[in-house]
Design a protein around this ligand. Structure first.
Ligand SMILES: [Cu+2]
Length: 467
């Protein structure tokens, strides 16, 4: 396909608009209430650039439309647009076009009139360099700008932390008999720090993610009071997986802003259970941070350990790409497609690394109550450099634990209890071993202090390990 003049403009955008319009007309003919979505549909913006010489420099020269004949022209688009850039080799030398900030790069072409095309979507306002990556060509002049929207990147945003301290757990129940336990919770919608420079409107239990760790024993009667803050915009509720009864309590706790509901249940089965908001769209409420765990201790309690921690994994679906700055908005489309931008332990990127890492000493035994709020992804829970001595798989506390386990699967809406002894000091990284998620925010540190233990481990840290 050759194109001597490939005009700049929203060519394909117009085409799509036409198709959508036609579709709307068909819809209007069939249905009384057609969904009119034709306005402000992001389109495809097409540009053609030809390599050449100008003022003794190597340059990109615009072909067609507003940029015709312009050297290293400013390319323009709006957030949401799909960019299509055609590169024509005008001089026969080897060239390409790359926009590393947007993850776009063409193949390299050689030979006069050979051409290549790149397609990529722009999500956010900003100014991004395009250039030829063949050594020396950028320096020789082959460089221009793609201006998206206003051209200025959103400023970094800050908000209070919503990260729940993983060491913030109630004391063990121990060997007491069954009793009545009161649980008071409040659902609160708060703007919080999601990542460095990025904020998000979290929906929470008690203002933190995850919600409070609730600790009862088997046979206890639990009276749950759920308050929904007057400042909330949404109805919220709670479904405890530890409840035997309709909706796990969600049927009785659909709570309007400023109101309070309650229900009681008897904890029949010991175990570690997830709870979450169960107001439609449930996945949306969970993703926004509405999950936590309740431990129902077996009769006689759990064997004592030196340290207990509470960690939960979640996913966030934002319109903006992972690592974007500013206030990020929820994307219903990405949630429906199960394509999260960011994964988190205890609510925020960096929450359990820089902000509130787990801390312990050599010689101690640790227990991690780990759950997946999700809403959608299974976790392959792993601690780099450690082996779980005991894994209470699926958080069953009445089955014998598995011993000596490297990685354990935790379903969405499920949990696990793991225990291990610390023999060697250092920094251990908690991950989901689906490690692409590490690049999207999912990491936590367990910092272990103590004397070196060369019988068990001896080695000098090398730069570049990433650990
Ligand atoms: Cu909710």
């Amino acid at each position: 396909m050759n194109n001597s003049s490939h005009p700049y403009n929203k060519v394909s955008s117009l085409k799509w608009l036409g198709i959508l319009l036609a579709f709307s007309i068909i819809l209007a003919a069939c249905a009384p209430q057609p969904a009119a979505k034709a306005q402000s549909v992001p389109g495809t913006v097409a540009y053609t650039l030809k390599t050449g010489m100008g003022d003794g420099k190597m340059v990109f020269i615009g072909v067609g439309g507003d940029i015709d004949g312009v050297e290293n022209p400013d390319l323009k688009a709006q957030p949401g647009d799909m960019l299509e850039i055609t590169l024509i080799d005008g001089d026969g030398a080897m060239h390409d076009i790359v926009l590393p900030d947007l993850g776009a790069a063409s193949e390299q072409i050689t030979g006069k009139d050979s051409q290549t095309q790149i397609h990529f979507k722009v999500e956010q306002d900003g100014t991004f360099a395009y250039y030829c990556s063949v050594p020396g060509h950028r320096q020789a002049g082959m460089e221009g700008k793609l201006i998206v929207g206003s051209g200025s990147a959103p400023a970094a945003a800050t908000a209070p932390s919503i990260v729940l301290d993983p060491a913030n757990l109630p004391e063990p129940v121990g060997s007491r008999g069954p009793q009545k336990v009161m649980v008071d919770m409040e659902t609160v919608e708060v703007e919080g720090q999601l990542a460095d420079g990025a904020t998000y409107t979290f929906w929470t239990f008690n203002g933190k993610v995850p919600g409070p760790f609730i600790r009862v024993r088997v046979g206890d009667t639990v009276e749950v009071h759920l308050k929904n803050s007057i400042s909330s915009g949404m109805v919220h509720s709670v479904d405890f997986h530890a409840v035997t009864g309709p909706g796990g309590g969600a049927v009785a706790t659909q709570t309007k802003p400023g109101e309070e509901t309650m229900f009681t249940f008897q904890a029949l089965n010991p175990g570690l259970y997830v709870y979450h908001c169960a107001t439609p769209s449930v996945a949306h409420h969970i993703s926004n941070g509405m999950y936590g765990m309740i431990l129902v201790e077996p009769e006689g309690g759990l064997p004592p350990v030196d340290r207990e921690f509470y960690v939960m994994q979640g996913e966030l679906y934002t319109q903006q790409a992972h690592a974007s700055k500013g206030h990020l908005e929820f994307s219903a489309e990405k949630l429906a497609n199960e394509t999260p931008e960011t994964y988190v332990f205890n609510g925020a990127v960096g929450g359990l690394t820089q902000e509130l890492p787990l801390k312990a000493n050599t010689g101690e035994t640790v227990r991690i109550f780990f759950g997946v709020g999700g809403p959608n992804k299974i976790s392959s829970f792993h601690v780099i450099g450690e082996i779980f001595d005991r894994v209470f798989e699926q958080a069953s506390l009445t089955s014998a634990p598995l011993t000596d386990v490297q990685t354990t699967l935790v379903p969405a809406g499920g949990a696990v209890m793991v225990e291990f002894k610390l023999e060697v000091p250092g920094r251990y990284i908690m991950v989901d071993h689906a490690l692409s998620r590490l690049e999207r925010g999912l990491a936590g540190y367990l910092l272990v202090e103590g004397e070196p233990n060369p019988d068990v481990y001896e080695g000098e840290a090398q730069p570049g390990s990433g650990h």
